[in-house]
Design a protein around this ligand. Structure first.
Ligand code: NAP
Ligand code: MG
Length: 484
């Protein structure tokens, strides 16, 4: 079968990279399957994309918010009409199960509609001046050209939750998606192209992160840069933007804890641990990775947890009875297996899993068993570093106080959850846990598009995305004083 080649989208046209170089995007459930060929762009392509976005910015910002919103509504409708096709592409390109991919694509549609409406909402405040004959107020203006660098784990939702607010507030966009999910990204951009955005307002450029991602962060024509991905890359991107005085926003890793209190409903807590820790093969920045269990219920919780994990079916995400798909790429599988080795070397005990799947039918895919460690101490690497795979670490706690101390014993601070019915525990947890998302009787990995999203400590650049919080990054405030 001859697979399609996907192009860059620059200045309203689908164009090959100047070098003409392409590479295959492959299915992590079966590496022999090519999902499509994507452009390996160079800095000359990036210049073209940034120049197009610069040329389009004045006319775009001069449109009314309502007019920009109309185009976002159109893109939403197109994406909705192509939901199954986009979701199937996502599953084939990065492995998450088809129901999860459909849910994510539906999320993309909802985000577009939410921000389409933002075009008609207030963007400033009137502030009383000390001069009674003056009018003082704030207004907001777009940054200009926004560069977006996105990861492979949410290949529709993340680009959309960055592009939609960027566009509605009047910025033009250059998207550099993860090369592992560049076909899915091209389909997202097709929705924008079909919706009829003016040429240059939305641009897509695929290629290596070290070339195009870094180039975007360093480009003087890029006024703001929004990044989601790993810690190490995020800091480089932030530094490059900072050096040239551009605005930046970074969303990075997590090492998210769930606390199981002595009074928790253990069945619900087990379900939340499995869903938060193992859905999407543990490849969510909000995934549960540390399971801190009160000693009084540790044994009972562990028994229930392992029983349910044993029933998980791992396989190709396109098959209807698959609950957990493969790791998204070979390097990710290697990283997960390496952390499993490290955990054992450090003296943790494997309570479940720990191996690549042996089934010959799955040999061409990057499948690993759901894995549970116990006897994990807070100093171990598997309790400190982000694994980004289906690996849970069980950590016992003597008391609630110790549980919260353990939960905070990490450089990260993205999401944290607790299962308890005790109001005192709940209030203490809300007050004391270091996390941008605090979840009570709910898994760590739940995000609602209309609420602020982001982390504390090393998890983010201390900014927030989504909901109305997005306006803070994608605009600058002007304070206006008018005297008659
Ligand atoms: P990554 O390697 O940091 O990649 C993220 C993006 O950055 C990709 O588009 C990548 O391009 C690009 N990139 C790579 N090197 C670059 C460089 N030197 N300069 C500029 N851009 C560069 O992360 P990943 O492996 O895709 O994703 C996994 C990580 O993302 C995990 O650590 C996870 O925690 C984090 N994550 C965080 C959140 C959050 O909201 N906090 C959400 C999702 C994921 P290539 O595709 O070419 O590598
Ligand atoms: Mg990468």
């Amino acid at each position: 079968m001859l697979e399609q080649t996907y192009l860059n989208y620059i200045n309203g046209s689908w164009v090959p990279s100047v070098s003409g170089k392409t590479e295959a995007s492959r299915n992590p459930a079966n590496r022999k399957e090519v999902v499509g060929y994507v452009q390996v762009s160079e800095l000359a392509d990036l210049d073209n994309a940034v120049n197009a976005a610069q040329a389009a910015r004045t006319a775009w910002r001069q449109l009314s918010g309502a007019a920009r919103g109309e185009l976002l509504f159109k893109a939403a409708n197109i994406m909705e009409s192509r939901l199954s096709e986009i979701a199937e592409t996502m599953t084939r390109e990065m492995g998450k199960t088809l129901p999860e991919a459909k849910g994510e694509t539906a999320r993309g549609v909802a985000i577009l509609r939410y921000y389409a409406g933002e075009g008609m909402r207030k963007t400033g405040d009137i502030i009383p001046s000390t001069d009674s004959e003056a009018l003082m107020f704030t207004t907001r203006v777009p940054l200009g050209v926004v560069g977006i660098i996105s990861p492979w784990n949410f290949p529709v939702a993340i680009p959309v939750w960055k592009m939609a607010p960027a566009l509605i507030y009047g910025n033009t966009v250059v998207l550099k998606p993860a090369q592992d999910t560049a076909v899915t990204a091209a389909k997202v951009i097709e929705c924008f192209a079909e919706a009829g955005f003016p040429a240059g307002v939305v641009n897509l450029i695929t290629g290596k992160g070290s070339v195009i991602g870094q180039g975007l962060a360093e480009h003087n024509g890029v006024n703001g840069i929004s990044f989601t991905g790993s810690d190490a890359v995020g800091k480089q991107v932030g530094l490059a933007a900072f050096k040239r005085g551009a605005k930046y926003q970074l969303e990075m890793g997590g090492k998210n804890p769930i606390i199981i209190a002595a009074d928790a409903d253990l069945d619900l807590a087990v379900d939340a641990t499995i869903s938060g820790g193992l859905r999407s093969t543990g490849q969510k920045c909000t995934a549960t990775s540390r399971v801190i269990v009160h000693k009084d219920v540790y044994a009972a919780f562990k028994t229930k947890l392992l029983e349910k994990i044993a029933a998980i079916r791992v396989g190709d995400g396109m098959e209807s009875d698959t609950w957990m798909g493969p790791c998204a790429n070979e390097q990710q599988l290697e990283t997960v297996l390496e952390y499993i080795r490290i955990g054992q070397q450090e003296g943790a005990t494997l309570a479940y899993g720990g191996n690549r799947l042996q089934d010959p039918k799955l040999a061409e895919g990057f499948f690993v068993e759901p894995t549970v460690f116990e006897n994990v101490t807070p100093a171990m690497k598997i309790a400190r570093e982000e694994i980004f795979g289906p690996v849970l670490a069980l950590i016992p706690a003597e008391s609630m106080k110790e549980a919260i101390r353990l939960a905070n014993d990490t450089e990260y601070g993205l999401s944290a959850s607790i299962y308890t019915r005790d109001v005192g525990n709940i209030l203490t947890f809300i007050r004391d846990v270091d996390a941008g998302l605090v979840r009570i009787n709910a898994e760590t990995a739940g995000v609602e598009l209309q609420a602020p999203f982001g982390g504390m400590k090393q998890s983010s650049s201390h900014s927030r995305e989504q909901g109305q919080a997005a306006i803070e990054f994608y605009t600058a405030v002007k304070t206006v004083f008018i005297k008659s």
